[in-house]
Ligand binder design. Structure first.
Ligand SMILES: Nc1ncnc2c1ncn2[C@@H]1O[C@H](COP(=O)(O)OP(=O)(O)OP(=O)(O)O)[C@@H](O)[C@H]1O
Ligand SMILES: [Mg+2]
Length: 249
Protein backbone atom coordinates (compact mmCIF):
# COMPACT_ATOMS: atom_id res chain seq x y z
CA UNK A 1 0.00 0.00 0.00
CA UNK A 2 1.36 3.40 -1.01
CA UNK A 3 0.72 6.49 1.09
CA UNK A 4 0.13 9.99 -0.17
CA UNK A 5 -0.61 13.10 1.89
CA UNK A 6 -1.88 16.47 0.75
CA UNK A 7 0.03 18.94 2.86
CA UNK A 8 0.65 22.64 3.10
CA UNK A 9 1.22 24.62 6.24
CA UNK A 10 -1.01 27.31 4.71
CA UNK A 11 -4.78 27.09 5.01
CA UNK A 12 -7.34 27.29 2.21
CA UNK A 13 -4.96 26.37 -0.61
CA UNK A 14 -6.88 23.36 -1.97
CA UNK A 15 -5.59 20.42 0.09
CA UNK A 16 -9.02 18.91 0.73
CA UNK A 17 -10.33 19.64 -2.76
CA UNK A 18 -7.27 17.94 -4.22
CA UNK A 19 -7.34 14.97 -1.83
CA UNK A 20 -10.99 14.23 -2.69
CA UNK A 21 -10.56 14.59 -6.45
CA UNK A 22 -7.36 12.57 -6.60
CA UNK A 23 -8.86 9.85 -4.39
CA UNK A 24 -11.80 9.61 -6.82
CA UNK A 25 -9.46 9.57 -9.81
CA UNK A 26 -7.34 6.77 -8.32
CA UNK A 27 -10.43 4.69 -7.52
CA UNK A 28 -11.74 5.28 -11.03
CA UNK A 29 -8.40 4.01 -12.30
CA UNK A 30 -9.09 0.66 -10.60
CA UNK A 31 -7.09 1.23 -7.42
CA UNK A 32 -8.69 0.44 -4.05
CA UNK A 33 -8.30 3.78 -2.35
CA UNK A 34 -8.88 4.90 1.22
CA UNK A 35 -9.02 8.57 2.13
CA UNK A 36 -8.14 9.13 5.79
CA UNK A 37 -9.47 12.50 6.92
CA UNK A 38 -7.20 13.88 9.65
CA UNK A 39 -8.67 17.37 9.84
CA UNK A 40 -11.21 18.00 12.65
CA UNK A 41 -13.12 20.23 10.20
CA UNK A 42 -13.95 16.92 8.40
CA UNK A 43 -14.53 18.57 5.01
CA UNK A 44 -13.17 15.62 2.99
CA UNK A 45 -15.55 13.26 4.82
CA UNK A 46 -18.41 15.64 4.08
CA UNK A 47 -17.55 15.91 0.38
CA UNK A 48 -17.67 12.12 0.21
CA UNK A 49 -21.17 12.05 1.65
CA UNK A 50 -20.44 11.13 5.29
CA UNK A 51 -22.87 12.64 7.79
CA UNK A 52 -22.54 12.90 11.58
CA UNK A 53 -24.88 9.98 12.07
CA UNK A 54 -22.81 7.68 9.83
CA UNK A 55 -19.75 7.82 12.07
CA UNK A 56 -19.45 4.66 14.09
CA UNK A 57 -16.90 5.92 16.66
CA UNK A 58 -14.94 9.00 17.60
CA UNK A 59 -11.89 9.37 15.36
CA UNK A 60 -9.62 10.16 18.29
CA UNK A 61 -10.13 6.63 19.64
CA UNK A 62 -8.03 5.32 16.79
CA UNK A 63 -5.01 7.15 18.11
CA UNK A 64 -5.59 5.83 21.63
CA UNK A 65 -5.31 2.34 20.19
CA UNK A 66 -8.81 1.55 21.46
CA UNK A 67 -10.27 0.67 18.07
CA UNK A 68 -8.74 -1.19 15.11
CA UNK A 69 -8.40 1.39 12.33
CA UNK A 70 -10.42 -0.67 9.86
CA UNK A 71 -13.49 -0.36 12.11
CA UNK A 72 -13.86 3.29 11.25
CA UNK A 73 -13.61 2.77 7.52
CA UNK A 74 -16.80 3.58 5.60
CA UNK A 75 -17.66 2.79 2.01
CA UNK A 76 -18.60 5.75 -0.15
CA UNK A 77 -21.05 5.74 -3.06
CA UNK A 78 -18.03 5.68 -5.39
CA UNK A 79 -16.66 2.27 -6.37
CA UNK A 80 -13.34 1.30 -4.74
CA UNK A 81 -13.30 4.48 -2.64
CA UNK A 82 -13.69 4.38 1.14
CA UNK A 83 -13.06 6.92 3.87
CA UNK A 84 -11.98 7.10 7.49
CA UNK A 85 -13.94 10.14 8.54
CA UNK A 86 -12.77 12.88 10.87
CA UNK A 87 -14.72 14.62 13.59
CA UNK A 88 -14.13 17.34 16.16
CA UNK A 89 -12.59 14.87 18.61
CA UNK A 90 -9.40 15.16 16.52
CA UNK A 91 -8.88 18.67 17.90
CA UNK A 92 -7.36 16.90 20.93
CA UNK A 93 -4.96 14.82 18.86
CA UNK A 94 -1.91 17.04 19.39
CA UNK A 95 -2.29 16.77 23.18
CA UNK A 96 -2.50 13.03 22.87
CA UNK A 97 0.55 12.80 20.60
CA UNK A 98 2.58 15.08 22.89
CA UNK A 99 2.46 12.32 25.52
CA UNK A 100 3.51 9.56 23.16
CA UNK A 101 7.20 8.89 22.86
CA UNK A 102 6.92 7.19 19.50
CA UNK A 103 4.42 9.56 17.93
CA UNK A 104 6.48 9.72 14.71
CA UNK A 105 5.87 6.04 14.02
CA UNK A 106 2.23 6.08 15.08
CA UNK A 107 0.59 6.57 11.69
CA UNK A 108 2.88 3.96 10.18
CA UNK A 109 1.82 1.48 12.85
CA UNK A 110 -1.87 2.27 12.55
CA UNK A 111 -1.93 2.15 8.76
CA UNK A 112 -0.26 -1.30 8.62
CA UNK A 113 -3.69 -2.76 9.40
CA UNK A 114 -5.16 -1.16 6.27
CA UNK A 115 -2.80 -2.57 3.69
CA UNK A 116 -4.74 -5.75 2.96
CA UNK A 117 -7.82 -4.01 1.59
CA UNK A 118 -6.30 -0.86 0.13
CA UNK A 119 -3.65 -0.15 -2.45
CA UNK A 120 -3.52 3.59 -1.89
CA UNK A 121 -3.98 5.51 1.35
CA UNK A 122 -4.50 9.26 0.99
CA UNK A 123 -4.34 11.61 3.97
CA UNK A 124 -6.02 14.99 4.12
CA UNK A 125 -4.53 17.12 6.88
CA UNK A 126 -5.07 20.36 8.74
CA UNK A 127 -2.71 23.23 7.87
CA UNK A 128 0.11 23.13 10.43
CA UNK A 129 3.50 21.80 11.30
CA UNK A 130 2.60 19.49 14.16
CA UNK A 131 3.35 16.13 15.74
CA UNK A 132 0.79 14.69 13.35
CA UNK A 133 2.45 16.14 10.26
CA UNK A 134 5.83 14.82 11.47
CA UNK A 135 4.27 11.39 11.74
CA UNK A 136 2.97 11.81 8.17
CA UNK A 137 6.41 12.79 6.90
CA UNK A 138 7.83 9.58 8.38
CA UNK A 139 5.06 7.41 6.96
CA UNK A 140 4.21 8.67 3.48
CA UNK A 141 5.81 7.90 0.13
CA UNK A 142 4.68 11.14 -1.51
CA UNK A 143 3.71 14.55 -0.20
CA UNK A 144 1.53 16.45 -2.68
CA UNK A 145 1.82 20.17 -2.01
CA UNK A 146 -0.82 22.53 -3.44
CA UNK A 147 0.66 26.01 -3.94
CA UNK A 148 -1.12 29.27 -4.58
CA UNK A 149 0.65 31.24 -7.34
CA UNK A 150 2.18 33.80 -4.98
CA UNK A 151 5.75 34.60 -3.89
CA UNK A 152 4.94 33.85 -0.24
CA UNK A 153 3.70 30.45 -1.20
CA UNK A 154 7.01 29.63 -2.91
CA UNK A 155 8.88 30.83 0.16
CA UNK A 156 6.85 28.52 2.32
CA UNK A 157 7.59 25.63 -0.08
CA UNK A 158 11.34 26.29 0.23
CA UNK A 159 10.95 26.26 4.02
CA UNK A 160 9.23 22.90 3.78
CA UNK A 161 12.05 21.50 1.64
CA UNK A 162 14.59 22.67 4.24
CA UNK A 163 12.53 21.30 7.11
CA UNK A 164 12.32 17.88 5.50
CA UNK A 165 16.11 17.61 5.47
CA UNK A 166 16.11 17.49 9.26
CA UNK A 167 15.41 13.79 9.66
CA UNK A 168 16.76 10.84 7.74
CA UNK A 169 13.34 9.20 7.46
CA UNK A 170 11.88 12.40 5.94
CA UNK A 171 14.51 12.75 3.23
CA UNK A 172 13.09 9.81 1.24
CA UNK A 173 9.73 11.55 0.95
CA UNK A 174 8.95 12.52 -2.63
CA UNK A 175 7.49 15.99 -3.06
CA UNK A 176 4.91 16.66 -5.76
CA UNK A 177 4.19 20.41 -5.79
CA UNK A 178 1.44 21.79 -8.04
CA UNK A 179 -0.36 25.09 -8.44
CA UNK A 180 -3.98 25.69 -7.50
CA UNK A 181 -6.50 28.49 -8.09
CA UNK A 182 -4.54 29.86 -11.03
CA UNK A 183 -5.97 32.60 -13.23
CA UNK A 184 -3.90 32.66 -16.42
CA UNK A 185 -5.24 36.13 -17.24
CA UNK A 186 -3.26 37.50 -14.32
CA UNK A 187 0.35 38.39 -15.05
CA UNK A 188 1.43 37.84 -11.45
CA UNK A 189 0.19 34.23 -11.56
CA UNK A 190 2.08 33.54 -14.79
CA UNK A 191 5.21 35.25 -13.47
CA UNK A 192 5.21 33.27 -10.22
CA UNK A 193 4.74 29.97 -12.06
CA UNK A 194 7.64 30.87 -14.36
CA UNK A 195 9.87 31.83 -11.40
CA UNK A 196 8.83 28.72 -9.53
CA UNK A 197 10.29 26.34 -12.08
CA UNK A 198 13.71 26.55 -10.41
CA UNK A 199 12.38 26.36 -6.87
CA UNK A 200 10.23 23.30 -7.47
CA UNK A 201 12.48 21.66 -10.05
CA UNK A 202 9.72 21.14 -12.60
CA UNK A 203 9.64 22.84 -16.02
CA UNK A 204 6.05 21.94 -16.64
CA UNK A 205 4.22 22.03 -13.31
CA UNK A 206 0.61 20.89 -13.00
CA UNK A 207 -1.68 23.90 -12.85
CA UNK A 208 -5.22 23.66 -11.48
CA UNK A 209 -7.24 26.64 -12.72
CA UNK A 210 -9.40 28.86 -10.55
CA UNK A 211 -12.92 27.59 -11.29
CA UNK A 212 -16.32 27.96 -9.67
CA UNK A 213 -16.96 24.23 -10.31
CA UNK A 214 -14.79 23.55 -7.26
CA UNK A 215 -17.20 25.47 -5.07
CA UNK A 216 -20.01 23.39 -6.56
CA UNK A 217 -18.41 20.30 -5.02
CA UNK A 218 -20.08 21.59 -1.85
CA UNK A 219 -23.51 21.58 -3.51
CA UNK A 220 -23.11 18.14 -5.06
CA UNK A 221 -21.06 16.76 -2.16
CA UNK A 222 -19.08 14.89 -4.75
CA UNK A 223 -15.77 15.01 -6.65
CA UNK A 224 -15.72 17.44 -9.58
CA UNK A 225 -15.34 14.64 -12.14
CA UNK A 226 -18.80 13.29 -11.25
CA UNK A 227 -20.69 16.44 -12.32
CA UNK A 228 -18.31 18.42 -14.56
CA UNK A 229 -16.11 15.76 -16.15
CA UNK A 230 -15.51 17.75 -19.35
CA UNK A 231 -14.40 20.94 -17.56
CA UNK A 232 -10.82 22.18 -17.72
CA UNK A 233 -10.85 22.04 -13.93
CA UNK A 234 -11.62 18.30 -13.81
CA UNK A 235 -9.10 17.60 -16.57
CA UNK A 236 -6.40 19.40 -14.59
CA UNK A 237 -6.85 16.88 -11.75
CA UNK A 238 -6.58 14.15 -14.39
CA UNK A 239 -3.16 15.60 -15.26
CA UNK A 240 -2.13 15.65 -11.61
CA UNK A 241 -3.21 12.03 -11.21
CA UNK A 242 -1.10 11.05 -14.26
CA UNK A 243 1.97 12.42 -12.45
CA UNK A 244 1.09 10.80 -9.14
CA UNK A 245 0.12 7.41 -10.52
CA UNK A 246 3.67 6.85 -11.79
CA UNK A 247 4.65 6.58 -8.14
CA UNK A 248 1.91 4.13 -7.28
CA UNK A 249 1.23 1.80 -10.16
N1 LIG B 1 -9.00 25.58 -8.08
C1 LIG B 1 -9.93 26.19 -7.34
N2 LIG B 1 -10.66 27.22 -7.85
C2 LIG B 1 -11.60 27.86 -7.11
N3 LIG B 1 -11.88 27.54 -5.83
C3 LIG B 1 -11.20 26.52 -5.26
C4 LIG B 1 -10.20 25.80 -5.98
N4 LIG B 1 -9.70 24.84 -5.15
C5 LIG B 1 -10.37 24.96 -3.99
N5 LIG B 1 -11.26 25.97 -4.05
C6 LIG B 1 -12.14 26.46 -2.96
O1 LIG B 1 -11.29 27.09 -2.00
C7 LIG B 1 -11.72 26.79 -0.68
C8 LIG B 1 -10.57 26.12 0.09
O2 LIG B 1 -10.28 24.86 -0.52
P1 LIG B 1 -9.90 23.60 0.37
O3 LIG B 1 -10.89 23.41 1.47
O4 LIG B 1 -9.66 22.47 -0.56
O5 LIG B 1 -8.53 24.11 0.98
P2 LIG B 1 -7.68 23.46 2.19
O6 LIG B 1 -6.27 23.74 1.89
O7 LIG B 1 -8.08 22.06 2.41
O8 LIG B 1 -8.21 24.35 3.41
P3 LIG B 1 -7.89 24.08 4.98
O9 LIG B 1 -6.47 24.52 5.19
O10 LIG B 1 -8.90 24.92 5.69
O11 LIG B 1 -8.06 22.62 5.23
C9 LIG B 1 -12.96 25.93 -0.83
O12 LIG B 1 -14.09 26.75 -0.74
C10 LIG B 1 -12.85 25.34 -2.23
O13 LIG B 1 -14.11 25.10 -2.81
MG1 LIG C 1 -8.74 21.09 4.13
Amino acid sequence: MKKLAFFNVKGGVGKTTSAVNIAWQAAEDGINTLLWDLDPQSCASWYLGVDEADRPKKSLNLFRGKEPVGKLRLHTTHARLSVIPADLSLRKLELLLADQEKSKQLLQKLSDDLSEQNKLLIFDCAPAYSKLSESLFSTCDVLAVPLLPSPLSLRSYSQLQTFLQKKKSWRKLKLQPFFTMVDRRRKIHNDVIEDAKNVIGDDDPVVIPYASDFEKMGLHRAPIQTFAAASAAAKAYGELWKRLRNDFV
